[in-house]
Design a protein around this ligand. Structure first.
Ligand SMILES: *Cc1c(COP(=O)(O)O)cnc(C)c1O
Length: 428
């Protein structure tokens, strides 16, 4: 499989090159040259397949022969070492829980898959790759955990000082080995700007910098896996399925649309956002007008210019009429999100954290228009990761899961930086 740059100004590359480079030389995102739907028999028989078998079928055309089949199967098995339950919340409304992995957010899936691909590509040579990543919270922990101990890969995580929760900070600052944390005096956008600058900096070429955000195809494509798993669980209901993704950089929803291009029968997508409403405004007005990000209680989605939206545009052929057939996007305020969290808890005892609650709100809004459907929203993180919001709002005390307990006792190690020059000095 070849990948081309969505800026159309770079040579086509292999899967391996796309994973190692992260971004194309023209700064475009990589996109697969072809998408071949899976046979009908696969969907007819999906309830008899294991998660690993489903994942292998979904990803194999995108990897091609660049990773041998047995090796790819091992990478998948390693990636999917936890459950993805589709939990009923109300009549016809399900929560797809993506938080049962090591760092309790969906990003574990992509981070584990990508790290193992890079580990495979590095198996023979000692050419070190440096993964440089900015995080507003969850990416850092998932990347730290997913890449820990992977041969030939050094990981540097930039996070905004004082702007991530204590649990998130512990997850990315306590592992040691090949994982380094840089605590940036600034906000997430400052971290992101420094990372972008480093990628463009010719004097850092020798570091072989790559990204581990969802712009990297090896983080983005495996996110299709659990959309297939949701279908596997909901198929027997025999109703049109609506999928709502609480969206920040729009990686998950983009993976869902890819799954549909592979034949997965999802009738409608909802990209649910917090106050960062660039995409809802685009659908309404037809022009894409990104704004600086606004801080909200669903802070992993505080993104003003979602990086994967260009891939979604490609999937809809840059045509608003095509979007309107099966794609909606709605924005919700923090107040609405809090009310939803309380309502869900009071009525059903289900504990949703702020991101999941935004997904729930978008789903309910769309289901009003399509009442005979069954809906699923992604619960993208465990409530414990947002305990400062969840506990006072719902008036409860959450037990600490074992994955979290194991990092709480460890000592934080980070290096403070304030400027790009300091990042550069650290890298060199
Ligand atoms: C990263 C993240 C999101 C946003 O996902 P995208 O794929 O970037 O849209 C949503 N919820 C949580 C908890 C996250 O960590």
């Amino acid at each position: 499989m070849k990948y081309f740059s969505l800026n159309n100004n770079s040579p086509k590359v292999s899967f391996q090159e796309a994973v190692v480079f992260g971004l194309a030389p023209d700064r475009g995102l990589y996109f697969p040259e072809s998408i071949i739907p899976l046979p009908d028999s696969f969907f007819q028989n999906i309830e008899n397949l294991s998660h690993k078998e489903i994942a292998f079928e979904a990803i194999k055309q995108f990897v091609g022969d660049e990773i041998p089949e047995t090796e790819l199967k091992r990478i998948i098995a390693d990636t999917l070492c936890f459950d993805f339950p589709c939990v009923p919340v109300e009549d016809n409304v399900y929560s797809l829980e993506l938080f049962h992995g090591p760092t309790m957010a969906f990003k574990d899936v992509g981070a584990r898959f990508m790290s193992r691909c890079l580990g495979y590509f590095n198996r023979n040579d000692d050419k070190k790759v440096t993964v440089l990543v900015a995080t507003s919270g969850d990416t850092g922990g998932a990347v730290a955990s997913g890449f820990l101990g992977v041969k030939g890969v050094e990981v540097i995580i930039l996070y905004p000082s004082g702007k991530v929760s204590e649990i998130q900070e512990r997850q990315l600052t306590t592992l040691g080995q090949n994982i380094k944390a840089l605590e940036v005096d600034g906000v997430f956008d400052d971290c992101q700007d420094m990372v972008k600058k480093a990628f463009l900096d010719d004097t850092l070429k020798h570091k072989n910098l790559t990204s581990a955000n969802s712009i990297n195809i090896a983080r983005w494509l495996p996110q299709m896996f659990y959309i297939f798993f949701a279908y596997q669980q909901l198929k027997k209901q025999n109703k049109p399925i609506i999928l709502s993704c609480p969206s920040g950089n729009f990686g998950n929803i983009c993976a869902g649309i890819m799954a549909k291009r592979l034949g997965l029968p999802i009738v409608h997508f909802v990209a649910s956002t917090n106050a960062n409403d660039t995409v809802p405004r685009f659908l309404e007005k037809g022009n894409y007008d990104p704004k600086p990000s606004i801080a909200t209680i669903s802070n992993a989605m505080d993104v003003g210019n979602p990086s994967n939206f260009i891939r979604i545009q490609e999937l809809y052929h840059y045509d608003l009429n095509e979007f309107n057939k099966d794609f909606s996007s709605y924005s919700f305020t923090d107040k609405e999100t809090e009310i939803a969290m309380k309502d869900i808890y009071t009525k059903t005892k289900y504990i949703a954290e702020p991101h999941g609650a935004v997904g729930y709100l978008g789903l309910k809004k769309e289901m009003k228009k399509q009442p005979n459907s069954v809906g699923v929203f992604l619960e993208t993180a465990h409530p414990i990761k947002f305990l400062d919001t969840v506990e006072p709002l719902l008036g409860l005390k959450l037990p600490i899961p074992k994955q979290i307990e194991s990092v709480l006792g460890k000592e934080k190690v980070s290096v403070k930086i304030g400027t790009y020059e300091e990042l550069k000095a650290f890298l060199q």
